[in-house]
Design a binder for this molecule. Structure first.
Ligand SMILES: [Zn+2]
Length: 340
């Protein structure tokens, strides 16, 4: 392992692009550089940004570009072997182009690893837990519900076509008040994301506030639903019954879904990401609700060993990787794959 080797992590998101370098032992080298994303302008515009960022990162720690021996990049869309399959909020020219190979060519043949943002975030959580070598399942409720799985040893499980771990779109059997499975942003009905995401929260608030018994609720004003969803956490923290009920239901359904994922993968460690990871205090309540759902759905052996009650079989932790997790995660993978 050569000390002069460095690896880049390029996290391409819909609103920001975050870039880092790690050294030969995988430690962050220099500062993260964050840029406003131009993904809607086509991939060439982003390539230009990434190249500039690489120049800045290497200059920042006084190394040359050819000391970067590998690049990891992640994209906010399903992809397979370097080719993006669905455009999400990207410009359409991202789809069908081999982004990985094109970018590698553009930077002089430096090898590139590419994956989706969920896997990258899971890899990041794995990379920052230096003493953890087992499996890791990330579940991250945000605007949608993302996730990823890292196998013991540190490789993301991506499936045959890069389509694995779409955790937001597994079935949730829960029905809305009208008896129907709610529609998901993916177009299907009955996805877990249709209950456990910011989008779901907005629907639930709207439906609850329309009920006569909630007509006096202080959130029943003229403010837009986005604002109400934003305020709901403060209400829950202040003990508001309706807010707690909405979050509790969401947490329980998420726990129910995680129980099924744990039953399939038995990862040993579940990391909860998304915005909630940043909310000290409230997140403890939320984790309690997740555990209610988890314990209802999973057999007790998925919580504790039936033989040794001191042995926890599934640990739950909040994400600790912060903003740079995905960039660090793909840099970590690039180092694993391309170091000498
Ligand atoms: Zn869906």
């Amino acid at each position: 392992m050569a000390e002069s080797e460095f690896f880049a992590g390029l996290d391409i998101g819909g609103s920001t692009v975050k870039t880092v370098l790690v050294d030969h032992v995988g430690e962050l080298a220099g500062e993260m550089i964050e840029l406003r994303s131009h993904v809607k302008d086509g991939y060439e515009a982003t390539f230009g940004q990434l190249e500039q960022a690489l120049d800045q990162l290497t200059a920042g720690i006084g190394i040359s570009r050819d000391q970067v021996k590998g690049v990891g990049m992640d994209v906010p869309a399903p992809s397979c072997d370097g080719v993006i399959w669905g455009k999400a909020n990207l410009h359409e020219n991202w789809v069908g182009t081999n982004i990985r190979d094109q970018f590698s060519e553009r930077i002089g043949g430096t090898p590139v690893y590419m994956t989706n943002d969920g896997n990258a975030a899971a890899l990041g959580e794995y990379a920052v837990r230096k003493k953890h070598h087992g499996g890791l399942l990330l579940v991250a409720p945000g605007t949608g519900l993302g996730g990823g799985l890292v196998l013991p040893g540190g490789r993301a499980y991506e499936g045959a076509n890069g389509l694995a771990l779409e955790v937001g779109h597994i079935s949730a059997p829960h029905r809305e008040d009208d008896g129907e499975l709610p529609q998901c942003s993916c177009g299907k009905h009955g996805c877990l994301e249709a209950w456990c995401s910011l989008v779901a929260l907005r629907r639930r608030i709207g439906l609850e506030l329309a009920k006569p018994e909630n007509s006096d609720h202080p959130l029943n004003d003229d403010s837009p639903i986005e604002e109400k969803a934003f305020k709901l956490r403060d209400f829950a923290q202040a003990g508001d019954e309706l807010a707690i009920q909405i979050f509790r239901q969401q947490g329980q359904i998420l726990g129910y879904g995680i129980a099924d994922l744990v039953r399939v993968f038995d990862p040993g460690l579940v990391v909860l990401g998304g915005g909630l990871a940043e909310t000290e205090g409230f997140r403890d309540d939320y984790l309690g609700w997740i555990m209610e759902g988890f314990e209802e759905r999973a057999w007790p052996m998925y919580s504790k060993s039936p033989i040794d009650p001191d042995k926890i079989t599934t640990r739950f932790e909040w994400a600790i990787g912060g903003d740079s997790a995905a960039a660090l995660g793909v840099a970590f993978s690039a180092r694993e794959m391309f170091r000498s």
